[in-house]
Design a protein around this ligand. Structure first.
Ligand code: AGP
Length: 610
């Protein structure tokens, strides 16, 4: 998720573009850049890092120009460096383009354009668009036709803004999958990823829909549909305040990120599922299938929420790929004398890619000759740069300190890796295809669970005064119980413990009374019957049971005081659904208790110290 803003009018563009970028910084802050059309040439300025860096790079006397576009980047393809910062230009320097989204067939397009003599300056997927437009303009097409023609060749998602020396007062903007709007001023107009970038100047906006193109000039704008036919579009008056927009209309980033999960999961799976072969395509692993078959042991290391995802990965890989797998707290692994060698694959899971303990654990594994992989959300982060290969989550920026969408994307990425490893070993093509089909359904199943948020809010009401809460699960859902407890602890400050349900009898059951709420994570999976008896044990001691169950459950649900339903899916994918009500539960309890949900006390989003 990146941020785009553009301006065409009589005022100096740079101050307006910088202000707009600052408002969009929550969308990504790996690098930033502006491009202006000035006296028949394109003037580009970029900097790595936050908008401040760009402002410094622009210097005290900012470049002059009345038409420009700007971009703040959340890297997906190509490390966060100067060459990969947007806007990107064509060979001739006659146009500049900023993009938010992922071009899935960029590799193919790039190869074809290079054959036709185009020179590329970056590793980004985006740059192909600039050269495609140049190519079509060179064949005599108008600016807008060339942009439309180029877009018709790309697969994937985009929100783009383009300027050209051929039409110096024009910005062309277009969207498919990534948000973009035209903001209407007086004798000036803007384009932007969301209204927060322009609210200081106008509240009149036209939201573009997928496939639409906007031709924007100071005194006019036109909206064209996919066939370049002009169409009327309603002008919306934006009543929201800035903060609300940055949070997408949600009260907190955490809730926004919980509700983002259908899309973030979709982005994690995008372009990586091969239904015919019943396997996964993971371009960043940087290891051959032969080398993967040499691996005889896997160690997954991480911290916090990522460590909970690692536990689920262990279960998956052992069950479906039959490779011995262990999970290690990174802070422990780095200091004990771990046994790893060249046939060990050490996987480090980290949303930020900067967690000190996980980084050190990976460095220790590498020192001992193991091959290392990173499951990371932040592109270009230290872990991503130091491991031998990896899988980017593409979950988008996670602002809330309590990790939510990164967790479900970590599980999805582990499922992809398991599928790949499994198909190399024991999984049949039919089993592989069934898993692919179920993964494709997942974002939709997540939507169904999130639609039941009001029911979870009602359950939260009953837990507000709890002093302690116990979370219990079995199999794939034991780590989900741990994660539910961690979410409640870190944002509502209520003491909570996650436990394997069968372990209760060995001690914690002593805690059970009518004051101790017990949350069971109990979908209808292979250990369902076992957990039913655990629920009966708790009920027999007067415990209050909240149960996350499979929709239509009649067995366990009749024992529960409150139930939260999730749809059915394959056992190893149930954690992606069962964790959602637990994220919401912690959120609603914390909000009702007046906690600072996005910035909980004593915590940091990325723990870069040991
Ligand atoms: C989770 O909500 C916490 N923010 C924390 O436990 C986090 O998961 C842990 O610090 C690991 O962070 P990472 O995934 O960025 O490495």
């Amino acid at each position: 998720m990146c941020g785009i803003v553009g301006y065409t009018g009589a005022r100096q563009a740079v101050p307006l573009l910088l202000e707009g970028l600052r408002r969009l910084e929550y969308r990504g802050y790996d690098s930033a850049g502006v491009a202006l059309v000035v006296e028949g040439r394109i003037d580009v300025h970029k900097a790595v890092g936050k908008i401040d860096r760009l402002e410094r790079a622009l210097g005290p006397t900012q470049p002059s120009g009345h038409v420009g576009i700007a971009h703040t980047r959340w890297a997906t393809h190509g490390a966060p460096n100067l060459a990969n910062a947007h806007p990107h230009i064509d060979c001739g320097g006659t146009l500049a383009l900023a993009h938010n989204g992922i071009i899935e067939n960029a590799g193919l397009l790039r190869a074809a354009l290079a054959q036709r003599g185009h020179t590329f300056r970056s590793d980004t997927d985006t740059e192909v668009l600039a050269h495609l437009i140049e190519d079509l303009q060179a064949r005599g097409q108008s600016f807008v036709d060339a942009v439309a023609g180029a877009l018709s060749k790309v697969e994937g998602t985009y929100g783009i803004a383009v300027i050209s020396t051929r039409e110096p007062d024009t910005i062309i903007a277009a969207r498919r999958g990534s948000p973009l709007l035209v903001a209407i001023g007086t004798n000036e107009n803007f384009v932007a990823s969301d209204a927060s970038a322009v609210l200081a100047h106008t509240r009149s906006v036209v939201y573009l829909d997928d496939g639409e193109i906007a031709v924007v000039r100071p005194h006019e704008y036109r909206i064209l549909d996919v066939d370049a036919v002009e169409k009327e579009k309603a002008v919306t008056h934006v009543a929201w305040d800035l903060g609300t927009i940055e949070r997408g209309g949600y009260a907190h980033f955490m809730l926004k990120e919980i509700m983002d999960q259908p899309e973030s999961l979709h982005n994690t799976l995008r372009g990586r599922l091969l239904e015919d072969e019943g396997t996964a395509r993971l371009g960043g692993l940087n290891v051959t299938d032969e080398e993967l078959l040499q691996i005889n042991r896997i160690v997954i290391t991480a911290c916090g929420t990522s460590w909970h995802a690692a536990l689920i990965g262990e279960y998956m890989i052992e069950e479906l790929a039959r490779v011995p797998t262990e999970v290690e707290y990174a802070s422990e692994f780095r200091y004990r004398n771990p046994i790893v060698d060249a046939r060990t694959l050490v996987i480090g899971i980290s949303q930020s890619g900067e967690t000190a303990d996980t980084l050190a654990a990976l460095r220790e594994a590498k020192r001992r000759g193991a091959r290392t992989l990173g499951l990371v959300n932040v592109v270009g982060s230290t872990i991503a740069r130091e491991v031998d290969g990896g899988i980017y989550l593409h979950a988008g920026p996670e602002i809330g300190v309590a990790s939510t969408k990164a967790f479900t994307s970590q599980i999805a990425a582990l499922a992809l890796l398991t599928l790949k490893l499994g198909r190399l070993r024991s999984l049949s093509i039919l089993q592989g295809r069934e898993i692919v089909r179920e993964l494709v359904r997942l974002p939709h199943l997540v939507e169904q669970v999130l639609a039941r948020a009001p029911e979870v809010e009602a359950v939260a009401e009953r837990l507000l005064r709890a002093g302690n809460v116990l979370y219990l699960g079995r199999g794939y859902n034991f780590p989900v119980a741990l994660e539910g407890a961690l979410k409640l602890k870190e944002i509502s400050y209520i003491h909570a413990e996650g436990y394997p349900a069968a372990e209760m009898k060995h001690g914690p059951i002593a805690l059970i009374d009518d004051l101790m709420p017990v949350v069971f994570v109990a979908p209808r999976d292979a250990v369902y019957q076992k957990i039913v008896s655990n629920v009966e044990e708790v009920k027999a001691r007067g415990g209050r049971v909240i149960a996350v169950v499979t929709a239509g459950d009649t067995g366990l649900a009749r024992l529960a005081d409150q139930r939260i339903d999730v749809p059915e899916t394959l056992d190893f994918l149930t954690p992606i659904l069962t964790v959602l009500p637990l994220q919401l539960l912690a959120y609603y309890i914390a909000v009702r208790r007046g906690c600072n949900v996005d910035q909980p006390r004593n915590l940091a989003k990325s723990v870069t110290v040991e």
